[in-house]
Design a protein around this ligand. Structure first.
Ligand SMILES: [Zn+2]
Length: 191
């Protein structure tokens, strides 16, 4: 998830337009995945969720692929092979929290844009700087999957120090992702 996307989200927060951006379908989908595959422990175990759906995670150096795309930065790829094997390819050069967000984001592509469509031999590449409809939907899904609203509220209310980096650690997300989440939920915090 690129800085451009973050900035765009922040812009929307600033303009109080975020509600129009966030859509119920993406959130419901993420909630369903959590309800079926999550034991309630934080941080959310993404590896287990992938395993449940037969999705293999591959950590790769994506520089050759980026070169093929004029050097445009790529966070990850959701890929279904012609033999119906499912892979999430993650850019291994990214920091851990970004890699985690990528896995959640690619799961979003799988459930929102691929699942049930007999999508063999298909891939969706996530370019860091792009913010089209599908990318936004996958980000909404990822935020709900990694930072379930009810859990964020519960932990936020139980801590006397609502500091973004403290909450970010509990959910194993970047401080900036948590900041966006708190803002979007209307919860004040210290950076
Ligand atoms: Zn994407």
């Amino acid at each position: 998830m690129g800085l451009e996307i973050f900035n765009k989200l922040l812009y929307y927060v600033g303009k109080k337009k975020l509600k129009a951006v966030f859509k119920m379908a993406e959130i419901k989908n993420a909630k369903d995945v959590l309800a079926n595959n999550w034991n309630g422990e934080l941080p959310v175990d993404l590896e287990k969720i992938c395993e449940e759906y037969g999705i293999k995670i591959i950590y790769e150096n994506l520089e050759p692929l980026e070169k093929e795309h004029k050097g445009e930065k790529i966070s990850g790829v959701m890929l279904i092979s012609d033999k119906n094997n499912k892979f999430i390819v993650v850019n291994q050069n990214d920091v851990d929290t970004r890699q985690r967000f990528t896995i959640a984001h690619e799961l979003g592509h799988y459930f929102l844009h691929m699942n049930g469509h007999e999508d063999k031999n298909r891939s969706i590449v996530s370019f860091r700087g792009r913010s089209n409809k599908m990318e936004r939907e996958a980000n909404i899904f990822a935020a709900e999957l990694l930072m379930p609203a009810e859990e964020v509220k519960r932990i936020y209310n139980s801590t006397p120090f609502p500091v973004a980096f403290y909450l970010a650690e509990i959910f194993d997300v970047s401080e900036i992702a948590m900041g966006i989440r708190l803002k979007e939920m209307g919860l004040g915090y210290r950076g």
